[in-house]
Design a binder for this molecule. Structure first.
Ligand code: SF4
Ligand code: SF4
Length: 479
């Protein structure tokens, strides 16, 4: 018996034990997660949404409307151009409604389908997956990348690492330029930045956001989701037993264990094994490095990568799919998911009301703002004709993008005479300051304060009247 038994070296490569990274005590060094690429339905859905989101993000600032950038948040001028509409700080209610609608949309979607926003639409996830795509294309699949990182530096490693970082920086720079292009005219920004003529602050913000994108998508990745994103922390408050989340069917999967494909169901049963072959693929594809078989965890972003990976395995093994799936707690326990439940309906009702209010606010918005400032130095004065006169300053803000002529009238005072320009031209997006006075005979007045109204009107491009009436006071304390 001197024949040697052949042995295979199965010493584990000490690189990634993802879930270990998340169970280590705080402040310990983080294990790098080498995400394995995966194909499947959810990956296709993510790519689809990712492409739409990226396309919209990149193209929107290049759209022009009426000869100017269609979407521009001009901080210096304190206005937000959105196609034909220009929003001003005075339109804060619209912004408030948009934020409330977004919040309730998020609550509704989270209650219904868990953190799908995180897994499919969040910029953090989208950019992380873009960076992983470059990593995969340049450094190779997961195992190759793990070995490459263990290897000492050589020419091949140097070239691959350099190419990867160049690609990452390129994506980060384009992202930053596009993002800053929402706040300043984008065509000029691109030209000026690449000709070193953008000025200090613009260059600073472009480089700052380049760094943020590079660090975030290249290095921070799951740290952002697990340690910094507040949404991850309060999402569980929205979950209930009918929320669809990614979950492992432990009843079906356990006891987990390896086996050959040739084993018959009877042999598997005889060994007491469930459907999980313990291949660990669901862990290797997870961008946050968790093992979903350990149950629902706050790190899970519901991206469905483990569902795709496990379904691939189930298919190969000839088992039923969806050992890991988007499912609810009720369904996992053999029950039914209740779609129409009070919490979800409550969010839906509030969401509809808020969308209605937002639409109403936009539809009834008057693209004209008038401020009246009464002269505080003189309460009133008597003119040569013996009339009583009050002095005001009118500030007329043309909130549209088109130059307009405005007619001004004064109302609410018997025999009132308006002294000043009755028609003024105001350029689109400009404020016009107009000193005026209002006078009337003393016999038309009572002693004290009277309410008067300044009526300002114009016609829009369709010929519809755009008007507003602002109240002020007329003071007379007697002669
Ligand atoms: S556990 Fe699955 S769904 Fe959750 S983050 Fe990991 S891969 Fe995505
Ligand atoms: S991918 Fe599926 S079979 Fe493989 S370990 Fe995960 S749950 Fe088990």
């Amino acid at each position: 018996m001197n024949e040697k038994i052949r042995v295979k070296d199965v010493t584990p490569v000490k690189i990634q034990k993802p879930s270990e990274a998340l169970t280590k005590p705080n402040y310990s060094a983080r294990n790098r997660i080498y995400v394995r690429a995966v194909q499947g339905t959810f990956e296709n859905i993510r790519r689809f949404f990712g492409l739409i989101f990226l396309g919209a993000f990149a193209l929107i600032p290049w759209l022009n409307y009426n000869g100017q950038q269609a979407v521009l948040l001009d901080i210096a001028e304190q206005r937000f151009n959105f196609f034909a509409m220009t929003l001003w700080p005075q339109d804060l209610t619209i912004l408030a409604y948009i934020l409330i609608v977004s919040a309730f949309a998020l609550f509704f979607v989270t209650t219904f389908a868990g953190r799908v926003w995180c897994g499919f639409m969040c910029p953090q996830t989208t950019w992380t997956f873009i960076y992983i795509w470059f990593e995969e294309k340049i450094e190779g699949p997961r195992n190759k990348r793990m070995k490459l990182d263990q290897r000492k530096m050589d020419a091949d490693k140097f070239l691959r690492k350099t190419a990867k970082h160049v690609a990452w920086v390129g994506v980060a720079l384009l992202t930053a330029l596009t993002f800053v292009g929402y706040f300043t005219p984008i065509d000029a920004l691109f030209v000026n930045f690449f000709t070193f003529d953008a000025g200090f602050w613009l260059s600073f913000w472009v480089l700052f956001f380049t760094f943020c994108t590079y660090a975030n998508a290249g290095y921070m990745r799951e740290i952002m989701c697990t340690h910094m994103c507040p949404y991850a922390r309060f999402q569980s408050a929205m979950f209930d037993k009918d929320t669809y989340t990614v979950a492992y069917n432990a009843q079906r999967g356990e006891k987990r264990g390896p086996r050959t494909r040739k084993m018959t169901p009877e042999q598997v049963q005889a060994k007491g094994l469930g459907d999980c072959i313990d291949c660990n693929l669901c862990v290797q594809v997870c961008p946050t490095g968790i093992d979903i078989r350990n149950g629902l965890q706050y790190e899970c972003i519901n991206c469905g990568a483990c569902v795709d990976a496990c379904n691939g395995v189930m298919e190969k093994m000839g088992y039923e799919k969806n050992l890991i799936s988007f499912t609810s707690e009720h369904e996992l326990k053999g029950g039914k998911t209740h779609i129409f439940r009070s919490k979800l309906l409550g969010y839906a009702v509030v969401l509809c009301v808020m969308v209605g209010l937002l639409i109403a606010d936009i539809a009834t918005r008057v693209p004209l703002e008038v401020d009246i400032i009464r002269d505080r130095n003189t309460l009133f004065r008597e003119t040569n004709e013996g009339l009583i006169e009050n002095v005001y300053t009118l500030k007329i803000l043309n909130k549209s993008q088109i130059d307009r002529s405005y007619a001004i009238q004064v109302k609410g005072l018997v025999g009132a005479r308006f002294i000043g320009n009755e028609i003024v031209d105001v350029a689109g997006g400009e404020v016009f300051t107009l000193p005026v006075s209002v006078a009337t005979a003393p016999e038309n007045l009572e002693i004290g304060t009277q309410k008067i109204y300044f009526h300002v009107s114009t016609a829009d491009e369709k010929g519809d009247v755009v008007e507003t009436e602002e109240p002020s006071t007329f003071i007379f304390t007697g002669v």
